[in-house]
Design a binder for this molecule. Structure first.
Ligand code: HEC
Length: 395
């Protein structure tokens, strides 16, 4: 078995696992924020005496459930207590390995864009890793400063920070690596919240109770702040994670602004759901979110690159040398730039080029997604030749 195949199998298994544990994590985040927002103060004096601050009834899978939330903590610790942490840790671990297999082990192809910055692969990886760690430090500092201030002030400052990072990364790395690292930075922050604050806070509370002391409510308050943040960050992270399939988003000259608009839309839409759980219906938020998305997608619509009037027609014979020079380093049975031809696209014969004509037009002219990171230095006039060949019916 060759190395390229093993990388493929490894990335398939990691990606699959990453999705499964990510769904478990985000699913429980959605569930608990819904639960918290839907609780009603109990009327039963017995519950009030026990210290229950909110409860609700739900029916699911043929059974009735009656979760109750205690103010600070119950008087007696139950013998068995369920913790929610491995959903988060395993999502981070699988995600980090996936980043390693896909991006860090092939940084020259996937992370470096010579048109933006002539970085060595090691420098690109260093920027990536520094983004993950730095993102956590800045976020954590903001939270400590603003724990008693409004969520809105925090949100505005953190959003400005994320946009600044997106601006920086889109000027240093290839578009797809930049978007992915913004997502990985936010996701690392979310796991950091669980690892450094939420779980330790809960442990301190439990330990105080085991000593027979009344736990300090600050731990619960901090954990709540962080877990609400995590909830708002879920949709933005998910967009970043799927963005690498959509070159038109990260190849825009102001890709950082595109990302900012999409992330803001995602947060507004999440806010709608969080308010709705509390019984408020505020359509202005998703309406604004939808308007932002519409504005982005209209702006990004490909302008059909018609060949300049009077430009000479191009034949397959004119196109083939361009494709050989710019594409077959990757898209060939035996590529030289990467281990195996990506997406199963081979462009190493005249027939294959003709058969893939519309895809070549889409990727190299309309989306400018190819050559990946323009590592082979394709010029605009070469793209125009391809447009002319397409206009002539790919002959
Ligand atoms: C450095 C390597 C590299 C070079 C050079 C390169 N590609 Fe690609 N190409 C890729 C990778 C990687 C993918 C898979 C894209 C993905 O994972 O999103 C891909 C995917 C494609 C696809 C399939 C896209 C889809 O979603 O259907 C087409 C078509 C394509 N490339 C055309 C080209 C053309 C045309 C050129 C030359 C102008 C080119 N590529 C140059 C690496 C490269």
């Amino acid at each position: 078995m060759d190395a390229a195949y093993l990388i493929d199998v490894g990335s398939l298994l990691l990606r699959w696992l990453h999705l499964i544990v990510g769904i478990a994590w985000i699913g429980s985040s959605f569930y608990f924020v819904w639960l918290d927002n839907s609780l009603k103060a109990p009327t039963d004096p017995e519950l009030i005496r026990k210290g229950v601050g909110g409860e609700l009834w739900a029916v699911h899978g043929g059974g009735f459930y009656n979760p109750q939330k205690y103010l600070v903590a119950p008087q007696h610790l139950p013998e068995e207590l369920h913790w929610f942490k491995w959903e988060s840790y395993s999502t981070w671990i699988t995600g980090f390995f996936l980043l390693g297999v896909l991006y860090y082990s092939q940084a020259a192809t996937y992370m470096v864009d010579p048109a933006k910055a002539a970085l060595s692969p090691a420098a690109a990886i260093g920027i990536g890793l520094a983004t993950l760690a730095g993102g956590w430090l800045v976020y954590d500092g903001l939270c400590r400063l603003l724990i008693n201030r409004s969520l809105l002030l925090f949100a505005a400052l953190y959003f400005a920070f994320v946009v600044a990072v997106a601006w920086g990364l889109t000027h240093l790395l290839s578009g797809r690596a930049a978007f992915l690292h913004v997502g990985a930075m936010i996701a690392t922050t979310m796991s950091g919240n669980v690892f450094f604050w939420i779980i330790p806070g809960q442990k301190t509370t439990v330990a105080a109770m085991q000593r027979g002391e009344t736990p300090d409510p600050i731990h619960g308050k901090r954990a709540k702040q962080r877990s609400v943040h995590n909830n708002y960050l879920t949709l933005p992270v998910l967009f970043c994670m799927i963005s690498n399939h959509y070159a038109f988003t990260y190849n825009h000259p102001q890709a950082w602004r595109v990302l900012a608009m999409i992330l803001l839309a995602a947060v507004l839409i999440r806010h709608f759901f969080n308010l709705r759980h509390k019984g408020q219906v505020a359509w202005q938020y998703p309406a604004l979110g939808a308007a932002l998305l519409l504005a982005v997608f209209v702006e990004l619509a490909p302008r059909h690159a018609a060949p300049a009037a009077g430009s000479p027609a191009a034949s397959l014979a004119d196109i083939q040398p361009i494709v050989v020079a710019r594409c077959t380093g990757c898209h060939a049975a035996r590529p030289t730039l990467i281990p195996a031809a990506p997406a199963g696209v081979l462009l190493d014969s005249a027939e294959a080029i003709r058969a893939n004509g519309p895809r070549i037009l889409a990727q190299a002219v309309q989306l400018k997604a190819m050559p990946l990171g323009n590592v082979t230095g394709m010029t605009d006039s070469e793209r125009e030749r391809i447009a002319a060949w397409a206009a002539g019916g790919y002959r």
